[in-house]
Design a protein around this ligand. Structure first.
Ligand code: DGL
Length: 267
């Protein structure tokens, strides 16, 4: 089992930020990534639909023989993780706990802004997880539904993206946030632009690195780490193959994505 790949899925390419963090921390692990690009975005869908999609994603990865699964999508973690954990025996991790842990790692965090998809904000998963761990926090959630399409379009450093970001960020800056949680796996690509736009003392937190650390701890505890010294491989599966994907995947991974295969779910 230890030599089986890790399964990681997202609605699109955003989860590749988690893949990169896992490759850095656990370089010998093989990874099988599924991006449900045919049904992206999840962030605007109802909780029932997201749970149904997440279930099919998990079934696909299990059918490929993975040893553990990371739900590298905040929206799917927010709505489907408890159900998935109950339903399947394979270890399944999400990104929310990791992000919350990273946000609260700094004792001084008091005023926390959260940007995420509408689905994630409406689930209150971040708001609850933060409030459970520390009392007295000022939590400012902001749904940012236009960011994922702009990122998928590769309009990262683009005037339209800056204008949209300004609309989302201004109310948070006015509230005096000291921390901004990037509660969507697509958003780390915006970090250079966000750094320019936000006051210097606002700390940016994304869950990719902490999620990889959680995964390492979990695999160690379960004795599932791969025992090898050579670099693991990456297999990419998408439910819809588009020409833009390769360039975008390269940007997320900071290297070539290799051969991309089409995934057929629910088969
Ligand atoms: N990757 C998703 C997330 O982290 C955002 C994209 C989508 O809406 O499907 O919430």
């Amino acid at each position: 089992m230890n030599s089986a790949p890790l399964g990681i899925f997202d609605s699109g390419v955003g989860g590749l930020t988690v893949v990169r963090a896992v490759q850095e921390l656990l370089p010998s692990e093989d990874i099988l990534y599924l991006g449900d690009t045919a049904r992206l975005p999840y962030g605007s869908k109802s909780p029932e639909t997201i749970r149904h999609f997440a279930d099919e994603d998990v079934r696909f990865l299990i059918s490929k023989g993975v040893k553990a699964i990371v739900v590298a999508c905040n929206t799917a973690t927010a709505h489907a993780l408890p159900q998935l954990r109950e339903q399947y025996r394979i270890p399944i991790l999400g990104v929310i706990e990791a992000g919350v842990e990273a946000a609260l790692a700094d004792e001084r965090s008091e005023r926390i802004g959260i940007i995420a998809t509408r689905g994630t904000i409406r689930s209150h998963a971040y708001q609850h997880a933060l409030a459970l761990r520390r009392t007295g926090l000022m939590i400012h959630p902001q749904a940012a539904p236009l960011l994922v399409p702009l990122i998928e379009e590769n309009w990262i450093d683009h005037p339209a993206t800056r204008a949209v970001l300004k609309t989302y960020l201004d109310p948070l800056v006015e509230k005096g946030i000291d921390t901004l949680m990037l509660a969507c796996t697509h958003y780390p690509l915006l970090i250079p632009v966000l750094r320019e736009m936000l006051p210097d003392d606002v700390r940016l937190v994304d869950s990719a690195t902490t999620c990889a650390e959680h995964l390492k701890r979990e695999l160690t505890a379960l004795e599932l780490l791969k025992d090898a010294n050579f670099e693991g491989g990456l297999q990419l599966y998408l439910t819809d193959l588009s020409e833009e994907f390769e360039a975008l995947a390269r940007q997320f991974l900071k290297r070539s994505p290799g051969r991309i295969q089409r995934a057929i779910l629910g088969a």
